[in-house]
Design a protein around this ligand. Sequence first.
Ligand SMILES: Cc1cc2nc3c(=O)[nH]c(=O)nc-3n(C[C@H](O)[C@H](O)[C@H](O)COP(=O)(O)OP(=O)(O)OC[C@H]3O[C@@H](n4cnc5c(N)ncnc54)[C@H](O)[C@@H]3O)c2cc1C
Length: 511
Amino acid sequence: MIESFDADVVVVGAGPTGLLTAIELSLGGVRVLVLERLAVPSMVTKALGIGALGTEALQRRGMVSAIAAAEERTFAVMKKLTEQNGPDARGRGSRFSGHFAGLSLIRKDAQREPERRAHPVDQQAVEAMLAERARALEIEVRRECDVTRVVQQEDGVEVEWTSPSGTDHIRCAYLVGCDGGRSAIRKMAGFDFPGTAPTMTMYQASVEIDYPERLLPGGWRRTSGGVFSYGFLPNRLVMLDFSGPPEDREAPVTREEVESVLRRISGTDVCVKALESGSRWTDNTRLADTYRRGRVLLAGDAAHIHSPFGGQGLSLGLVDAANLGWKLAAVIRGEKPESLLDTYTAERRPVAEGVLANTLAQAAIMRPDPQAGAMRGIVANLMQFDDVNRFIGEIMSGLASRYDLGSERDEVGRLIGDKPISHGDASVSLYDAMQDGMGVLLDASIDGKATRLVTASTQRIRCVAVDTGPSMLIRPDACIAWAAEDGSTDGLEEALRRWFIPTRDDGLPLR
Ligand SMILES: Cc1cc2nc3c(=O)[nH]c(=O)nc-3n(C[C@H](O)[C@H](O)[C@H](O)COP(=O)(O)OP(=O)(O)OC[C@H]3O[C@@H](n4cnc5c(N)ncnc54)[C@H](O)[C@@H]3O)c2cc1C
């Protein structure tokens, strides 16, 4: 039976990117349906931590306490392990905040904003909190729906899927493919996906080892056979095997395979007594040529794939979702022309390009050959310099990224972190003021001129008077769209027209 569902947007994939995209769209007043192939969320171990900007995207949408609780759980496990196995560079209280190519040397005290940091919250916890938020917003997530056909028409997209009850289809205005690295949407909608082929095999496994102490101390260990890291979480093993890509990526990972690779890479006489779970990954590195083809958009791993070095993928996808959601909602509400969606590719694709490049660079200096080792030594030495340390820290956290909005002010185009905003005796958190997906004006002028300009032109911005400047206009994705000192409103109207005021294609006001 053909079933119809009235949705403005169909999001394909209920991974982290798909769920946040749906949440952003729903906050923007758009009817959204999420189609997911799996019957239940995947239990494959993927991300073990979430980067600063991805964390912030969740914190702006009501997940502060869920993140704190999940982090506490991880720290409790790490503490126990530290007592058993000795200190690890990743635990609470460490003066390091991440690694580059397995060099756990990124120092908190070298960073400009050390409070904006990665959180050790695993992907299952992230997906669970997003699912909870989606439920609260009454977003429909239909599971066991495998999208098999996408046809773009001038005024909509036809989507077909198979489920245990047969084949169904609906028409929607736009479709967002958040269906992961092997995205069927990307292929069906004709996106190009150029890049570099895999050269290595990475394993992540949960194992029982006969003599685990032989693999300690924990942390990244580079040997003449590859790289491994054991025991940073209970029984957790990560291995990088540079001898080539897997012959068959689909073949199940076996206990024998993990044992043989572990013995070769670690050079240690250990046996894998039991393999609880194991997965393989590669350094296949590719980027979609554009993030939009007509009415089909891509976000998250569907748009970009790279090796997981430095744990950047989840954050990258969540920030894609935050960037796209409010823009697509504005287009669907009829307030903005479709050209607004082109800013999504223009802003987010260069960020992904940077991540792809840094993961390739990391792979290059993790290889077991002496030349890579020599280069790695130089990078480790360079990281002793504060400026270099900060530079690498900001690349890995994403905090270095800045969208080119054509402003000479450095903060314009950056994603703002949470901060207290005070006026007189009142103080609230900036992110608290953003929970419902509105933009925010921080107005430091004495006469409230910026607030008057904003309230006269849109209702989608919350105006907050603040004691100290600069005044700022902040988009729903936390991007600073305008800033000025001393009560000036120069450039504010232009920024409002660009991002908020209903306009036609030619930029003229809609009403
Ligand atoms: C070993 C490993 C470790 C990692 N560690 C980190 C880390 O520490 N930090 C970090 O930030 N990132 C990490 N990553 C990257 C991170 O896991 C991914 O970037 C993240 O999963 C991307 O989320 P997504 O929602 O874009 O895609 P996915 O999580 O892949 O979700 C896609 C969803 O789409 C569904 N789907 C696919 N096809 C269809 C279809 N045809 N119809 C319907 N549904 C479909 C899938 O079932 C899936 O649920 C790691 C990755 C790996 C492999």
